[in-house]
Design a protein around this ligand. Structure first.
Ligand SMILES: *Cc1c(COP(=O)(O)O)cnc(C)c1O
Length: 363
């Protein structure tokens, strides 16, 4: 909400924005921060060395469009550099993309509950968020999303795995979505948590880019790469659309140490370590979810580094219960609680606290 004290006229669509709620921050060492889906491991040593070295040179501007990083990402994914744009976190790029295609009164179709930044980005772009409820299994309802497209729709958003509920789109669902949306409407597939996916049926939108020039894939260094604090994300798509996004993007939008850190994270050894860590996190996730289900909790399929407890009206009560055990989690009022996968010791504390909670399952 806007500050009530300003004499300046604020755009009504901005004045009425819900504020983005960041995950709670711990006040002491004993508190486990499981509220923002961060990796529970420190930044890798070679990545830290690269960003520290780069920090010594910050009297100079970084590369304006992060060309070296763009080229490294393009080569990693088998694309041309014109198909990649980097930005100050993928959320900034989602905003830039919607700013690129939306005019006042246009519509942006999105699953709901999903990433809370989506309706904010749509509204900031002057567009109307059109939310499509998830299915009973907390999955995207692809036919309903396609049916929600109108002549005013400029973009359809998908989040796979879905934050905060956990399920990911299957290959067939992804293809159905991309093929079902008209070619002049952008389909943005946000794959922030793709590294943690273990279900082999889950699709990767990158393979669909070739035949769908309206498709854009978003990735980030914030999650599996353990670089949330550096703020680097990227979009991949058709050169004309990506070029338009680049022209909307903040010049020099990714800082010098951030570019260096992201580049270092793409080195083969760093990527191998990231894959190893992601697999360890996914194994912990599966262990915790299985134990919770055995204990009577209803947990939707979890393919990211987090899981969802859909306790409805008890969300804030459950979050307070976890907080009492020194565990910071993320409540969504009247919907549920999202818990990030932490270290094995932290996850054991989650299981103990969950076992001590008297009200199980969905409401
Ligand atoms: C965490 C997250 C991101 C990453 O955002 P950054 O701005 O790159 O840190 C993107 N999408 C979703 C759904 C997320 O949960």
């Amino acid at each position: 909400m806007s500050a009530p004290s300003t004499p300046v006229r604020i755009r009504p669509s901005v004045a009425s924005l819900p504020s983005y709620v960041p995950g709670a921050r711990p006040g002491s060492q004993e508190v486990a921060k499981l509220s923002s889906n961060e990796l529970p491991f420190a930044v890798q040593a070679p990545v830290l060395a690269a960003l520290t070295e780069a920090a010594a040179g910050v009297n100079r501007y970084p590369e304006m469009t992060g060309q070296t990083l763009v080229e490294a990402l393009a080569s990693l994914h088998g694309l041309s550099p014109e198909q990649v744009v980097v930005g100050n976190g993928s959320v900034a790029l989602i905003q830039h993309l919607l700013d690129t295609v939306c005019e006042p009164g246009d519509e942006v179709v999105m699953p709901w509950r999903s990433f809370e930044a989506y309706p904010i980005c749509a509204a900031v772009a002057g567009a109307e968020p059109v939310t499509v409820p998830l299915t009973q299994a907390a999955r995207h309802d692809v036919p309903a999303m396609i049916a929600a497209v109108t002549p005013r729709t400029r973009a359809v958003l998908a989040c796979t795995p879905n934050n905060p509920t956990g399920p990911a789109l299957s290959r067939a669902e992804l293809r159905g979505l991309v093929e079902g949306v008209p070619g002049h409407v952008v389909v943005l597939v946000d794959e922030a948590y793709l590294d943690f996916v273990t279900d082999s049926r889950v699709g990767d939108a990158l393979g669909l880019l070739e035949h769908h020039p309206n498709l854009v894939v978003a990735r980030t260094f914030s999650k599996a790469h353990a670089l949330a604090g550096m703020r680097v994300g990227y979009l991949m798509g058709e050169p004309g659309l990506i070029g338009a996004v680049r022209s909307v993007s903040t010049p020099f939008g990714v800082g010098l140490p951030s570019q260096a850190a992201a580049l270092a994270a793409l080195a083969p050894q760093a990527r191998a370590e990231t894959a190893r860590r992601s697999a360890a996190v996914a194994a912990e996730r599966d262990r915790v979810v299985a134990a919770l289900r055995a204990d009577g909790w209803e947990v939707p399929d979890a393919q990211g580094n987090f899981f969802w407890l859909g306790v409805g009206g008890r969300a804030e009560d459950l979050a307070a219960h976890f907080a009492g055990a020194g565990l910071l989690v993320r409540p969504f009022r009247n919907e549920g609680v999202r818990v990030s996968v932490g270290t094995p010791a932290e996850n054991d504390r989650v299981l103990a606290a969950a076992a001590a909670y008297p009200h199980r399952g969905a409401v």
